[in-house]
Design a protein. Structure first.
Length: 208
């Protein structure tokens, strides 16, 4: 009888140990979204404030290599940081537009047999690479360069707050999936969490 009691106690201890081990293992299991993820969002319109958006020479501009690079960093404490490489984006945009403008001017000069160089024509019209986007548009873009806040993942949904001092709004979220080193934002439900939502599904590559 005593042996049976001892055996029961040992079995109970083993069961408790196994359950505790499982719980500890689960508690230590890292959140799969933790890490650094990067994507490149194709260019559409830079801003409505661009001084060249409606000009004839915009038809000559090739935006195929102009992207807005965006990085999300999710830490283990439930905080995220979003970085948009705005300076890089603006510079690539200006390079693309300026190249298109020069192509347009070259064609106009050739068609009209004008005795002027492209550089002289651009100078006469007061057009330079730095004049392509105005300072207010640059300021507007730079406001989105860095965002920090809280995040929560649950049932394949990602919830983000607008800033560290705010809690996540459970009525606004992004559905996502992770496959090895790829994070895919599938769709956004609710308000305007990301300006890139129109590009969903959006694929991020793990960089760290």
């Amino acid at each position: 009888m005593r042996n049976n009691t001892i055996k029961k106690r040992i079995s109970l201890l083993i069961a408790v140990f196994m359950i505790t081990s499982i719980l500890i293992s689960c508690a230590k299991e890292p959140n799969e979204i933790v890490g650094v993820w990067e994507t490149k969002i194709p260019h559409t319109d830079l801003t409505s404030g661009s001084t060249h958006d409606d000009r004839e020479y915009m038809k000559y501009v090739d935006f195929s290599n102009v992207y807005k690079r965006q990085v999300f960093e999710f830490d283990e404490k439930g905080f995220y940081k979003k970085t948009v490489y705005v300076d890089e984006y603006i510079e690539d945009y200006k390079e693309a537009v300026f190249a298109g403008i020069k192509l347009y001017y070259a064609e106009v000069i050739a068609k009209n047999n004008l005795d002027v160089t492209v550089e002289e024509a651009l100078e006469a019209d007061n057009i330079s690479k730095d004049s392509i986007i105005d300072s207010e548009s640059v300021k507007k873009l730079k406001k989105e360069a860095e965002t920090e806040g809280k995040y929560r993942v649950m049932d394949g949904n990602l919830y983000l707050s607008a800033a560290k001092e705010y809690e996540v709004d459970q009525s606004i979220y992004i559905t996502y999936s992770i496959n090895q080193d790829q994070l895919v934002f599938k769709k956004q439900v609710g308000g305007d969490v990301l300006d890139a939502a129109k590009f969903f599904p959006l694929t991020f590559e793990r960089v760290k």
